[in-house]
Design a protein around this ligand. Structure first.
Ligand SMILES: Nc1ncnc2c1ncn2[C@@H]1O[C@H](COP(=O)(O)OP(=O)(O)OP(=O)(O)O)[C@@H](O)[C@H]1O
Length: 252
């Protein structure tokens, strides 16, 4: 499935955060979204899942419903103080298959156990998630994504504050998802990870700076342009430059 952004503009309280973003995420492959802080990377993912409404343009999900997207927000946005077990957390990935009363089927339990084993936490099933390290909890969330079995997987900074060993193990899952023809889109800051595991990259700085094969996108010149764009962005801009210019051109 391919995901397309067409002329997408998204604002917070009428101030645009990203504008006129157009392009297509390669189907069944992994794309990294990179760019400076405040470039609009999370905004793009949140718009894709329907949590934010575009002011203009649209997201085309290639026939996939939003229910079939697996989305992992930034760790800071996830509350893990809840008194739920590791296994129950992974099982929530199967909610789409569950019956009206939320009963998990035998194969859902099995899938959850298998996913926990795959992320190296087979022995942790009954532990409360509040008693896990940050890295262990991220493994649990990746196991949950495995159970979700989604064709489109969105990850927002999945390896921030995660050690090298865990990151390496979880990146192996990203590779496996690509082999399974899933479309993976991840916001990342580590260019070495991007170069090694993500064949495609979208470099964003409120607008598209470059989008295509990673080696062609992550050039020094493009990265400098991205930093300059964000540095010169006016947070309180009421309308974006492109709209402004278009409006001026339209004037007699
Ligand atoms: N809830 C919000 N209300 C108002 N402005 C917001 C909100 N969320 C984000 N913004 C603004 O929108 C812009 C883009 O934010 P976004 O979180 O998408 O950037 P990002 O590229 O993901 O940044 P980072 O790398 O720091 O996570 C920023 O200027 C940010 O301050």
């Amino acid at each position: 499935m391919s995901v397309r952004l067409s002329n997408l503009t998204v604002s917070y309280r009428r101030h645009p955060a990203v504008h006129h973003v157009s392009g297509e995420f390669a189907a069944g492959q992994a794309t990294a979204i990179v760019g400076p802080n405040g470039a609009g990377k999370s905004t793009i993912l949140k718009t894709m899942i329907g949590a934010l409404r575009p002011d203009a343009g649209r997201v085309e999900l290639g026939g996939v419903s939003r229910q079939h997207i697996a989305y992992l927000p930034q760790a800071a946005q996830i509350d893990r103080s809840l008194p739920v077990s590791v296994l129950d957390t992974v099982l929530t990935g199967a909610w789409r298959h569950m019956g009206a009363f939320g009963a998990a089927r035998a194969q859902d339990w099995q899938a959850a156990q298998d996913a926990l084993a795959a992320v190296g936490l087979g022995e942790f099933a009954q532990r409360p998630v509040s008693a896990l390290s940050a890295g262990q909890f991220q493994r649990v969330l990746f196991a949950r994504i495995m159970v979700q079995d989604a064709p489109l997987i969105l990850l927002d900074e999945p390896f921030t504050a995660i050690d090298a060993r865990t990151t390496h193990d979880l990146l192996a899952l990203v590779r496996r998802w690509q082999a399974e023809q899933r479309t993976v889109i991840a916001v990342l800051h580590d260019f070495a990870q991007v170069r090694e595991y993500f064949p495609h990259t979208l470099l964003l700085s409120r607008e598209v700076v470059a989008w295509g094969p990673t080696a062609e996108v992550l050039t020094e010149a493009n990265l400098q342009r991205a930093s300059a764009n964000v540095a010169h962005w006016h947070e309180q801009a009421p309308v974006c430059r492109v709209d402004d210019a278009a409006a001026q051109e339209a004037q007699p």
